[in-house]
Design a protein around this ligand. Sequence first.
Ligand code: GLU
Length: 493
Amino acid sequence: MSNNIRVRFAPSPTGYLHIGNARTALFNYLFVKKNNGSFILRIEDTDFVRVKKEYEEGIIADIEWLGLDWDEGPDCGGSYGPYRQSERLDIYKDYADRLLKGGKAYKCFCSGDELERKRKELLSKRLPPRYDGRCRNLSREDAANYKQNGIKPSIRFMVEDGTIEFDDMVRGKMTFKGSDMGDFVILRSDGVSAYNFAAVVDDALMKITHVIRGEDHLSNTPRQILLNQAMGFDSPRFAHLSMILGPDKSRLSKRHGAESVAEFREEGYLPEAVINYLSLLGWSNPPHPPFAKGGGGGIGEIMPLPDIIKNFSIERVSKSPAVFDIKKLRWINSAYIRNKDIAELTELSLPFFTKAGVRIETVDRQWLHKVVDAIRGNIETLSEIDKYAGIFFDDNIIHPIPPLAKDGEAVEVLKLLKERVEAEERITEDTADKILSDIKEKINLKGKKLMMPIRIALTGRTDGPELKKIIDVLGKERIIKRIESAQKSIANT
Ligand code: GLU
């Protein structure tokens, strides 16, 4: 049952879902799931110049991919819709009119050029670029004059001197001065609501109880609180999340590599891993045993979503900036790759095999499971499948001859391997193990001396998946063929 806690994720579809915004969506989701409330998706699409439908679709697909399901939104509706701001313009206009009538807002006829000129002037004097209130007390005649000349006014909210305080759930007590702000636009001259105004009206009408968003919105909050007061709405509680920085401590951006969720998906990160990693950006979890086999890393860092929800609390969200560490994300991803159900992982791997040039539709699915299982211990992202796919799909192995030919022992190892494989009716992972230990016993070699000639003969390379898995996946015939071909290469040197 919902306890009336309601949060929203409110992306502007002016670009694809950035990893920082995905973290915002996640923290809203964690907070609301922990508290048994409702998660609302609201599309803030009033910037008609920059908004694109494909961005909206992309953002929705990405949040879905991450598994952050919402209870109300533009696609599924809800009791407080519509959930796309472009469909709510009349509502904003109505509330702006109420503020005008109540004397809390006024029409401003200043032109964009004029405002820009004044802004620059203030900045050059190192003063805050606030509006000077010129149209606050415009005479009726002046207003009529502007109108007659076809000038469309914007509507500005009147900010009075005084302090605005709120208790941020992450940052503690915050204080702002009204005199630093200046009167701000709530309805643009084209009749469309400005961000701050639409967000306040929507948060109130959608009964949002907690606003969890990036620290970059901190300066909007006092404005939003004033608007709430002026319209008689209760302000929600606010929590501002610290920024995510790149390794050079500047704000995470394209320069640091992939930054959109879509790019991470294309590189073969699993949604569980991205979620797990993002949850650690600014939140520290209480101790929890890792599930990853041979995982390494910090205790309790590998945690599936239900456990993150269980352990999450906003009190453990830090106000210091978080540094994005791709190595850690890769490590977490490798843990999820190793632990994923093999049939599911194989499905997810299909596009990556195709990219690696494998005609996947011709491949037996059960056998492919084995291939994926052999490869998964060696990769951190699915796009690395192309490093190893050739071992299983390309029989034209070019053997690096020198390490084999120089070494009499290697020749002997291959001879024994061929005999042992020929003696088996069928190769399985167990027989592969047995074959390797038999050869080891017979020839009295171990470690690299034993394994490397076999690896090179079977795969043409010196690194790769576990040998017994390779032997199992290749099967009797292909192993014999590959040994023979290696033997031929040795004989020809
Ligand atoms: N549309 C705003 C953004 O994408 C949302 C800000 C908010 O959460 O209030 O940054």
